[in-house]
Design a protein around this ligand. Structure first.
Ligand code: NDP
Ligand code: MG
Length: 396
């Protein structure tokens, strides 16, 4: 029986993963080691009961009594907190889904690599903040990282049987997000509710807003650079409003391999779950005649400053990815909280990078995870300062 764990089981990716596990036979086919979640302990407990998990872990200590209560009589262990997440990752599993949102997903996924199994990586922040360390850890333990981000799964699939040395370009497709057709001058007044109406994909709240700002695509450019090891100038972004092509790989003979499918994360999750077999998946099939046409347009610099910042981060490397991601998370918190506007997020990130890059160590490659986590903390503080400075400028 395959032993599996799902980190971030109660989220959007977690739910889709659960759906596929159930579709493929659930507890009769998989032995579930650990399921983790956050505040939604009711859902976590129901999943754990259905899959007969060994342990359910909530990230929040204050949620532990409720989780214990929900699991009463089931024989399933309950635990809480960041330490418990790492202990859950210490339990051997053949296949681990890393789908916690944000930098909080880095340490548990990193830890799970020690077992030498497969890490299905939805948590793109892991590669953005600590790409070289993560890949080195995987290599050291003979673990395999399979990308779950739809673009990176598409690229991975378009590379099967090919030599990475013959790749000329990687083209990431982007829907353009909820505000892609808004007049530029209106962007400053966009609310979180406006940014949350994604045209094609149903995802978690944070990544949906990041799609509207294209901070998500910015993270994905860095993720591409780190995971596939290609030079930054080979990574391109194109807006493809229909979200049918999930990304493309262009080769030196001019040929382009594209991956197409319905906008359903179960494609990429299922590919990683069944790899190297391509098994049946319960996803919609494309009807090309009904689609009629696929369209493309270049992303406007002024609408999506996050893409320019990603290029700066890719050039710098070192701790820049960790700073970029943490600053983005803080800016997003403040936008969701109503403290700053939609168009202010990029400025907060840019100011944070400018403040931190004065330090000599910024461009140096980290040799331990702690350095990444320290930079994450420093960038959160610097981004908080940048938000306060912005508020002061506005007030004054
Ligand atoms: P969600 O917000 O839907 O879910 C996040 C999960 O992480 C939930 O289980 C949540 O628990 C848990 N969680 C939240 N905060 C913490 C924390 N501090 N520590 C531990 N666990 C926590 O996110 P998504 O599923 O949308 O995204 C997950 C990851 O996958 C992200 O890295 C995202 O970028 C990536 N991704 C997502 C895609 C999508 O389609 N959604 C597509 C491609 C990549 P609870 O809800 O119980 O509080
Ligand atoms: Mg994606």
């Amino acid at each position: 029986m395959r032993h599996i764990s799902v980190f971030g089981a109660t989220g959007s990716i977690g739910e889709s993963t659960f759906d596929l596990i159930r579709h493929q036979g659930g507890a009769a086919v998989f032995h579930t080691v650990a399921l983790t979640g956050g505040r939604n302990v009711g859902r976590l407990a129901r999943m754990a009961r259905e899959l007969r998990a060994e342990i359910a872990v909530t990230a929040h200590e204050d949620c532990l009594p409720a989780l214990r209560n929900e699991l009463a009589g089931s024989g399933i262990e309950a635990a809480a907190g960041a330490g418990a997440l790492l202990e859950a990752a210490d339990r051997p599993a053949d296949w681990v889904m890393s789908a916690i949102v944000g930098a909080a997903g880095l340490a548990p996924g990193f830890r799970a690599l020690r077992h030498g199994g497969t890490l299905a990586l939805a948590n793109k922040e892991s590669l953005v903040t600590a790409g070289p360390l993560l890949l080195a850890e995987a290599a050291q333990h003979g673990a395999r990282i399979l990308p779950v981000d739809s673009e990176h799964s598409a690229i991975f699939q378009a590379l099967v049987g090919e030599d990475i040395a013959s790749v000329e370009r990687i083209v990431l497709t982007a829907s353009g997000g909820a505000l892609r057709d808004w007049p530029l001058e209106r962007l400053a007044r966009a609310t979180p509710a406006d940014a949350l109406t994604h045209p094609n994909w149903s995802m978690g709240q944070r990544i949906t807003i990041d799609s509207a700002s294209m901070f998500n695509k910015a993270l994905e450019m860095i993720e591409t650079r780190e995971y596939f090891g290609v030079a930054p100038e080979r990574v391109e972004v194109i807006i493809h409003p229909e979200s049918i092509i999930h990304s493309m790989v262009g080769y030196r003979d001019g040929a382009v391999m594209a991956h197409l499918g319905a906008a359903d994360m179960r494609h990429a999750i299922g590919y990683a779950l069944n790899w190297p077999i391509r098994d049946g998946l319960p996803v919609a099939r494309l009807d090309f005649a009904a689609l009629g046409r696929l369209t493309f347009r270049a992303p406007e610099e002024a609408r999506y400053p996050a893409l320019r910042l990603a290029r700066e981060v890719m050039a710098l490397r070192g701790l820049a990815g960790a700073a970029f991601n943490a600053a983005k998370e803080i800016a997003l918190d403040h936008f969701i909280g109503g403290g700053i506007g939609f168009a202010d997020m990029a400025g907060v990130v840019e100011d944070t990078l400018a403040a931190l890059s004065r330090d000599d160590g910024f461009g140096k490659a980290p040799v331990a995870l702690d350095e990444v986590l320290d930079m994450d903390g420093a960038a959160r503080r610097a981004a908080g300062e940048a938000v306060r400075a912005l508020a002061a400028r506005r007030a004054g």
